[in-house]
Design a protein around this ligand. Structure first.
Ligand code: ETK
Ligand code: ZN
Length: 257
């Protein structure tokens, strides 16, 4: 392909010409049809360790032109729910616009306002880039964001800094906080399936966990998220979600009934 050719959410059909895995049969995101999900009582609660970070720790927050990324220290570990141990690499968000929702996964055809992805890599590999090319290399925790009544104090830790990184490439630093607060309190109820990165190179090396409980942000917080960051063409960075992909026969497991 054209190597590091610049991709966008506008010309999705060219993804697979430049990155062959993007045309694969184990792609993400997907629609979760809850009537087809397979109840699997052996799926254990997800356990997070080391997610509470001291305020004197500075975390890099960057507008990379496609999303807002918070780099995470490798001390954050996924210890339950997966057969092997995974360590955190980064978290980022997907969102829509003032006129529509922008989660990547959908549930029974419903698209949620936004979605958080906490990306981890399997510690049996020496680095993230080594892990990301192996089928058991990556684990992404996903949760849906919706508009509720009050302000969400954990998302405030990130959203209050968006004005500092409006332009592509801009970075700022965020004091440490309890990263677990960005995920639901209920880590027992989730969907699980094997898929891919939802961005080129679309490697089919992600074990996805999608929590059933959604996160609630205030209306103002959601409008900050969808109307602050700019994209490479200097328009507002909005609708940064990939359309849902075919399951191609894959099953989706549910840890709950
Ligand atoms: N849903 S997802 O996890 O597939 C995903 C996306 F959908 C994403 F859209 C992204 S952002 C696009 C990829 C990218 C671009 C630039 C930079 C940089 O300048 O540092 C970094 C990354 C993005 F970063 C990720 N996660 C990344 C996948 C890209 C390659 C490995 C980096 C960690 C996980
Ligand atoms: Zn993502």
């Amino acid at each position: 392909g054209k190597g590091h050719s610049h991709w966008s959410y506008e010309d999705l059909k060219h993804w697979s010409t430049d990155y062959s895995d993007c045309g694969g049969t184990k792609q993400s995101p997907i629609n979760v049809d809850t009537t087809q999900a397979i109840f699997s009582p052996d799926l254990r609660p997800i356990q997070l360790s080391g997610y509470s970070l001291p305020a004197n720790m500075q975390l890099k927050l960057k507008n990379n032109g496609h999303t807002v990324v918070l780099d995470l220290p490798e001390t954050l570990a996924l210890t339950g729910g997966y057969a092997q141990q995974y360590r955190a690499a980064q978290l980022h968000l997907h969102w829509g616009s003032p006129s529509g929702p922008g989660s990547e996964h959908t549930v029974n055809g419903r698209r949620f306002a936004a979605e958080i992805h906490v990306v981890h890599y399997n510690t049996k590999y020496d680095s993230f880039s080594e892990a990301m090319v192996h089928p058991d290399g990556l684990a992404v925790l996903a949760a849906f964001l919706e508009v509720g009544r009050g302000e969400n104090q954990y998302y405030h830790e990130i959203l209050e800094h968006l004005l500092e990184i409006q332009e592509v490439g801009q970075e700022t630093f965020v004091p440490g906080f309890n990263i677990a607060g960005l995920l639901p309190a209920n880590l027992k109820s989730y969907f699980h399936y094997n898929g891919s990165l939802t961005t080129p190179p679309c490697y089919q090396t992600v074990k996805w966990t999608i929590f059933n409980q959604t996160m609630l942000l205030s209306h103002h917080q959601m409008s900050m998220l969808v109307s602050t960051l700019r994209s490479p063409d200097d328009k507002l960075l909005q609708n940064n979600y990939r359309p849902v992909q075919s399951l191609h026969g894959r099953g989706v497991l549910a840890s709950f009934q």
